[in-house]
Design a protein around this ligand. Structure first.
Ligand code: 1HN
Length: 349
């Protein structure tokens, strides 16, 4: 039984006006929008075609050096969030260019970063005292507050090097816990040989007395050659997941958790002719096509993803993936943060 007691609308409005100077407001006029039954979409689905993006990314080198820019990046902004530097409600994405001979100077910040290499060779990133040479498809992490700089070996035959950056900038902005520091030198000190982390932690081995001491994976480059080999093997053994294809998480090998505490990263293979069932989850997803061609269908739109294209699917929007050819897709989202905080949801069908 509903009981409607109290004053009429005009008296209520007068009441709201009298509490307003106290910096107070009634919850009951706002409760349903503050706590909706299901997420209200933030942002829209969108695709950035690499063929469209690439010429502008390359042109940026004629306008500014990596050194002057600090990071020469073109931000991918969700069309419904222009001016926010956001691709989703919680994440940032951009396309970074480094030319032969350049250095993007060392700094550190509380935001975590990931790189997904799109094209080129000969560039390295140095994270927390170790360099790694990056190859297309490699997934590289830069944990919170680790010194990092990037460089590209001189020699114009090496050509431009381009990768996608993903950062949790809006998430840290939400908590207002952003700190940054510039290194006193352009290149931070290298303290370990190239390949050290992968050998120590990524070979099915761990140093005998090693104990997980960090929120992040001790591996910071997950080379695509290894990832691709695992996917190929997987695709020969058993059926793909009906909603997601052959999908794997990038993992912290020490504790089985995600590679980073704020950004979840996955890689999936869709066999030729495969179509997923409808899937949705509370994390907004950013897809990067690596191989083949994939049709992403979401909210009545279809996006044909060619290699190196980027697409965003806002959280809780149902979508399907269809692969006319065998395809590989990288994906990142804030799923890991939602899981740790206890509110991640997904639905199939
Ligand atoms: C950053 O440090 C990088 O290290 C890339 O490559 C993009 C965007 C905003 C703030 C810091 C990098 C960034 C960034």
């Amino acid at each position: 039984m509903s009981t409607t007691t109290g004053t009429d609308q005009a008296e209520r409005e007068a009441f709201y006006a009298r509490i307003d100077p106290q910096n107070m407001a009634p919850l009951w006029t706002r409760l349903k929008s503050l706590v909706p039954a299901a997420p209200t979409p933030i942002g829209v689905p969108h695709q950035w075609r690499y063929a469209d993006v690439r010429p502008f990314v390359l042109e940026s080198a004629s306008h500014i050096s990596a050194e002057e820019a600090e990071r020469r990046v073109l931000i991918l902004e969700n069309p419904a969030m222009r001016g926010s530097s956001q691709i989703t409600s919680s994440l940032y994405a951009g396309i970074q260019l480094i030319m032969p001979g350049e250095v993007a100077p060392a700094h550190r910040h509380t935001q975590s970063a990931l790189r997904l290499v799109l094209e080129g060779n000969g560039a390295y990133t140095a994270v927390d005292g170790e360099k790694t040479i990056m190859q297309p498809g490699d997934f590289v992490i830069t944990p919170s507050w680790t010194w990092h700089h990037h460089g590209h070996e001189a020699g114009s035959e090496k050509g431009p090097m381009v990768w996608l950056d993903g950062l949790d900038i809006p998430m840290l902005a939400h908590f207002n816990s952003t700190f940054r520091e510039d290194h006193h030198e352009a290149e931070a000190e290298i303290t370990r040989p190239t390949g050290d982390s992968l050998a120590r932690y990524g070979s099915g081995l761990l140093p005998l007395n090693y104990r997980a001491q960090a929120l992040n994976s001790p591996i910071f480059n997950y080379p695509y050659v290894r990832t691709r080999e695992a996917l190929a093997q997987l695709a020969h053994a058993g059926a793909p997941d009906a909603h997601q294809g052959y999908v794997m998480r990038y993992v912290n090998p020490v504790d089985g958790g995600w590679a980073m505490p704020t950004m979840a990263t996955t890689i999936r293979l869709l066999p030729k002719g495969f179509s997923t069932q409808t899937y949705r989850s509370s994390d907004s997803a950013i897809f990067v096509a690596l191989e083949g061609s994939t049709t992403l269908s979401v909210a009545g739109q279809t996006f044909a993803l060619a290699p190196k294209d980027v697409a965003v699917v806002p959280g809780w929007m149902p979508y399907t993936l269809n692969a006319p050819e065998e395809s590989v897709l990288f994906c990142f989202s804030d799923r890991v943060a939602q899981e740790k905080l206890g509110f991640f949801r997904e639905a199939r069908g």
